[in-house]
Design a protein around this ligand. Structure first.
Ligand SMILES: Cc1cc2nc3c(=O)[nH]c(=O)nc-3n(C[C@H](O)[C@H](O)[C@H](O)COP(=O)(O)OP(=O)(O)OC[C@H]3O[C@@H](n4cnc5c(N)ncnc54)[C@H](O)[C@@H]3O)c2cc1C
Length: 553
């Protein structure tokens, strides 16, 4: 129902029915004709249409109504729909007043009652008004809209969720984007209730908890089997590849993720070194394609669901979800990746989401228009984010602890950074303290060369340092190295505790952990290459090994 609307207002039910009938007879293919029986009801409808992002082409209102005069209804609707045509419906005796109103309240036309025959006394005037409206009308952006303050942690949390679930939305900054206050008012919400989500069907969510956002936007499809051959935990590149290969090999495959598909790669603005994409591919595009491919082969995808535990019961693996459900599979691939470590700078935790972001450069890049930003880290992710942010921000400082970037960053990124006039690299520097009033405003940087301390005014700080694997949810029998990365194959077999957990006559396979039938792929694995291509390769190899394992059991 995206047709533009013609709204007619009259307190007299007979007149209302007659004009609605005549308008529908002629315009119903191109316009939706709605009616209201009072000025108040009409203005409510106008606000609701605005909140839904619908187009209002024309408002026709009777002049004499008890609660509100037609001319007032028409004038007040202008705030919401400035270019909608405004027509006053009058009796002969009111024509003088109607003409005055056209001049004073800038109405477009008046129609005299009765309008019979409509072919002569109604349609020509309406045709003419609609064609001038059509010429001036620019379709509004509809769909999901998120209204909030740029530097609000809650707004960032919702943005991050939408991005990782590949849900398109329009970000409306209450302080910067003109018209946002009006949109908020039309939605019946106030600035105290931000962030506000306006769904495509007009539903308004006020400062919603993430559970409510997930429930409304990603209703969980029920799992269809009591027993899966393969459950994959983590839908980054490794998990998505495993889902494509598992399902294409005919395994009953279920893929789970705590946020949404994509993983770290999904947050990347441009992956330039993945085979087959000579001009690069955004993480979200790669994810979109992988999800479509996995589904085409019949893999089931369940998001957002966090896995909190794994237990082994004979040949069955029981996967415990945070919502209390338990899923069962014959084999499991853990592809839960890793995230960036917390920056040990004073005050940092007070500004997370309010100017301080871990990863998330692509989510927040648009909010950094004309801002000063600092990126911390010397790896590819930091370099790529600095390059991307430089397209929006006025100034980007890349803060690196080491003397150079050669040991940690790809050569092509180092060259790109060197060519950007608004990027400055600060070697041998660490962030020591952050501060601000309600949101990040300043970062104190220490030079490791002469120990000097300097303050920089910044709007946003993106952190890409050190890594932490997502492996806490695994049972102790799945052995890990000192940093928590999962041991597989030979590395697992030589671990001290291995004989206590492994009771098979055979050795663990290449990507198999210290628990038979539990495999690991991608960045969560000790010794992983931390690249999209290697994660994808490990996902595919793990499926091959799962197939061998299932054949033996
Ligand atoms: C900004 C950025 C840019 C990058 N650019 C490049 C590049 O250009 N080229 C390149 O080769 N590499 C790049 N990388 C690295 C690359 O993205 C990673 O190596 C790759 O994503 C690892 O894939 P993965 O599937 O192993 O894990 P991840 O991508 O980390 O995915 C793990 C998934 O598991 C989910 N998960 C974790 N715990 C749980 C749980 N308990 N329950 C349910 N789900 C869970 C997470 O939500 C996540 O979706 C980049 C990384 C970043 C952050």
């Amino acid at each position: 129902m995206n047709e533009p609307v013609i709204l007619v207002v009259d307190d007299d039910p007979q007149v209302l029915a007659a004009i609605r009938r005549d308008l529908r007879s002629r315009y119903r293919d191109e316009y939706r004709v709605l009616s209201a029986n009072s000025g108040v009801a009409a203005l409510d409808t106008v606000k609701e249409l605005k909140a839904r992002g619908a187009a209002l082409a024309m408002l026709i209102s009777d002049q004499r109504m008890p609660s509100m005069l037609g001319v007032d209804v028409l004038a007040r609707s202008r705030e919401f729909y400035p270019i909608a045509r405004r027509v006053l419906l009058t009796a002969y005796s009111d024509i003088e007043a109607a003409i005055r109103a056209i001049n004073e309240a800038h109405l477009d036309h008046y129609l005299e009652k009765p309008w019979d025959p409509p072919e002569e006394r109604l349609f020509p005037a309406i045709d003419d008004l609609l064609s001038t409206w059509q010429a001036a009308y620019q379709p509004e952006i509809t769909g999901l809209r998120l209204i909030g303050y740029q530097w609000s942690p809650r707004s960032h949390e919702v943005k991050d969720f939408l991005t990782s679930n590949l849900i398109p939305y329009r970000w409306c900054d209450i302080e910067r984007d003109p018209g946002t206050l009006r949109l908020l008012e039309a939605a019946g919400a106030s600035a105290h209730e931000l962030p506000v989500l306006i769904l495509e069907n007009g539903t308004v969510l006020r400062n919603p908890p993430m559970g409510q956002v997930a429930e409304c936007l990603c209703p969980n499809t029920p799992v269809t089997h009591d027993l899966y051959e393969l459950i994959i935990i983590g839908a980054g590149p490794a998990g998505l590849a495993a889902a494509v290969y598992g399902a294409s090999e005919g395994m009953r495959t279920l893929l789970l993720d705590g946020r949404g598909p994509g993983g770290q790669a999904g947050t990347s603005s441009k992956i330039e070194n993945y085979l087959g994409f000579p001009s690069g591919v955004s993480g979200s595009e790669l994810t979109r394609r992988a999800v479509a491919q996995a589904k085409r082969f019949g893999a089931e995808i369940l998001v957002p669901v966090s896995v909190v535990g794994l237990s082994v019961d004979g040949g069955y693996k029981r996967v415990a979800l945070a919502d209390g459900r338990e899923l069962v599979a014959r084999a499991v691939i853990t592809a839960t990746g890793m995230t960036y470590r917390e920056l040990p700078a004073e005050g940092i935790s007070d500004y997370i989401g309010a100017g301080v972001y871990y990863g998330a450069a692509s989510t927040e890049a648009y909010s950094c228009r004309d801002c000063r930003v600092v990126v911390i880290g010397g790896g590819n992710a930091a370099g790529q984010s600095a390059v991307y942010l430089s397209r929006f921000a006025r100034e980007v400082s890349l803060v690196v602890r080491r003397e150079g970037l050669n040991a940690t960053m790809s050569h092509y990124l180092i060259q790109q950074l060197a060519a950007l006039p608004n990027v400055r690299i600060r070697h041998c520097t660490v962030a020591e303290r952050v501060e601000g009033q309600g949101r990040l405003e300043r970062v104190w940087l220490r030079s490791l060369v002469n120990q000097s301390l300097s303050a920089e005014n910044v709007d946003a700080l993106f952190i890409f340092i050190g890594t932490r694997p997502h492996s806490d949810w695994l049972p102790p029998s799945v052995l890990r190295n000192a940093k928590g990365f999962v041991l597989t194959g030979r590395d697992a077999a030589i671990a001290e505790a291995f004989p206590k957990t492994w009771k098979e006559a055979r050795e663990p396979m290449l990507l198999e952990t210290s628990v038979p039938g539990v495999f690991a792929a991608g960045d969560v694995r000790a010794g992983a290459m931390n690249r999209v291509a290697s994660a994808v390769a490990e996902g595919a190899i793990a499926v091959r090994l799962v197939s061998d394992y299932l054949a033996q059991t």
